[in-house]
Design a binder for this molecule. Structure first.
Ligand SMILES: Cc1cc2nc3c(=O)[nH]c(=O)nc-3n(C[C@H](O)[C@H](O)[C@H](O)COP(=O)(O)OP(=O)(O)OC[C@H]3O[C@@H](n4cnc5c(N)ncnc54)[C@H](O)[C@@H]3O)c2cc1C
Ligand code: SF4
Ligand code: SF4
Ligand code: SF4
Length: 301
């Protein structure tokens, strides 16, 4: 077994499966299953440890870089206000980015990363999948073909994309859009849903609301969150970033009314790009519930 720092992260159950290490490894010695798997080809150069969000560590104060807090919604289909889908669509359509990396799913809710280059494809990534897909592993392909790449992902993925962007080789990452995230789940969550007698193919949306996990299929089914906690991914128990500190723009549900998304602008780059986005309606959002979720995440781990 290779003696590299990320192997220790994997062994400790802390690997988030973000995919950053797979992008940086020049000899393709890493594949991502639920976590990074390092092959015997590994030369122990340790480049991968430079882009691992777990090795880099978590922010002390998650909100010290927030420049602006807004609420928003677009007219696209989406999980909450479809702000992410609206932003990606507009940035692509207006030529501010060449591609975006998001997550799509199949009929039975298997999530996979998706390289989006076409406005028509943007909706294939809309909606939240609560299982993991190694978004950052696609950065390697994306920067080989395009000059301005948007990365959309959970806080661990946003963090890895930020570490990549700090390396001169990955300056093509034009914008990092982070999602709020309390935790993600293994595919056992989907099997649990099947076990309830709900056909996965009929599930249109999954969400969290007032202490319940909500499955929208032919009917709406509410399950107490404590019943699904056991399917949370082990790495998420160690995670201390709720609001995607390392993103240019963070987007989440909490802090805004139903049908709207909360938007945190964290960098001047994020502010400039959001300024170019068309067709988003803005309102006021409340940062206090976001801070509460962040505290809850830190307390419960
Ligand atoms: C695992 C997970 C847990 C979350 N937990 C919370 C929470 O506790 N509280 C909260 O307020 N918000 C949470 N969110 C964020 C929320 O669900 C919405 O993603 C966010 O509000 C944006 O909504 P939207 O309508 O703008 O997104 P949409 O316009 O629907 O766009 C969704 C975007 O999310 C991306 N995406 C979908 N699934 C994944 C995934 N598994 N990994 C990476 N990217 C993905 C897609 O590529 C797409 O670009 C979570 C998101 C995820 C993925
Ligand atoms: S140590 Fe180097 S060769 Fe080995 S997996 Fe990491 S990046 Fe690849
Ligand atoms: S970079 Fe991401 S996928 Fe690789 S070891 Fe670290 S957490 Fe795991
Ligand atoms: S809680 Fe979210 S951000 Fe943290 S490791 Fe899990 S999926 Fe990544």
């Amino acid at each position: 077994m290779a003696e590299v720092e990320i192997q220790e992260i994997v062994d400790a159950g802390k690997c988030t499966g973000c995919g950053g290490c797979a992008t940086v490894c020049t000899i393709d010695a890493i594949t991502i299953k639920d976590h990074a798997v390092i092959s015997e080809e590994c030369t122990e150069c340790d480049a991968c440890s430079m882009v691992c969000p777990v090795i880099d560590g978590f922010p002390e104060n998650e909100f010290d870089n927030v420049l602006l807090v807004r609420s928003g919604r677009s007219n696209m289909p989406g999980q909450d206000g479809a702000v992410v889908t609206g932003m990606v669509k507009s940035l692509l359509a207006e030529g501010h980015i060449d591609c975006a990396i998001g997550v799509t799913r199949d009929e039975v809710w298997q999530a996979t990363p998706l390289l989006i280059t076409d406005v028509q494809d943007v909706v294939k990534a809309s909606g939240t999948k609560y299982t993991n897909a190694p978004v950052v592993s696609l950065v390697k392909d994306a920067i080989a073909r395009y000059e301005r790449v948007a990365v959309v992902g959970t806080p661990c993925q946003a963090h890895s994309a930020w570490l990549l962007r700090n390396l001169a080789k990955f300056r093509e990452i034009a914008v990092i859009i982070g999602l709020f995230c309390m935790e993600s789940f293994t595919y056992d969550l989907c099997e649990f849903i099947s076990g309830l007698g709900i056909e996965l193919r009929s599930v249109r949306k999954m969400d969290f609301d007032k202490g319940s996990f909500v499955i929208y299929a032919d009917d709406e089914r509410r399950i107490p969150i404590k019943e699904i906690k056991r399917y949370a991914r082990p790495s998420c128990h160690h995670c201390r970033d709720f609001s995607a500190y390392y993103a240019d723009i963070s987007v989440g549900s909490v802090g805004s009314p139903p049908g709207w998304s909360t938007i945190l602008i964290r960098t001047e780059n994020g502010r400039a790009l959001l300024g170019k986005v068309k067709d988003i309606e803005y309102g006021d959002a409340n940062l206090d519930p976001v801070k509460k979720s962040s505290d809850l995440k830190r307390r419960h781990k």
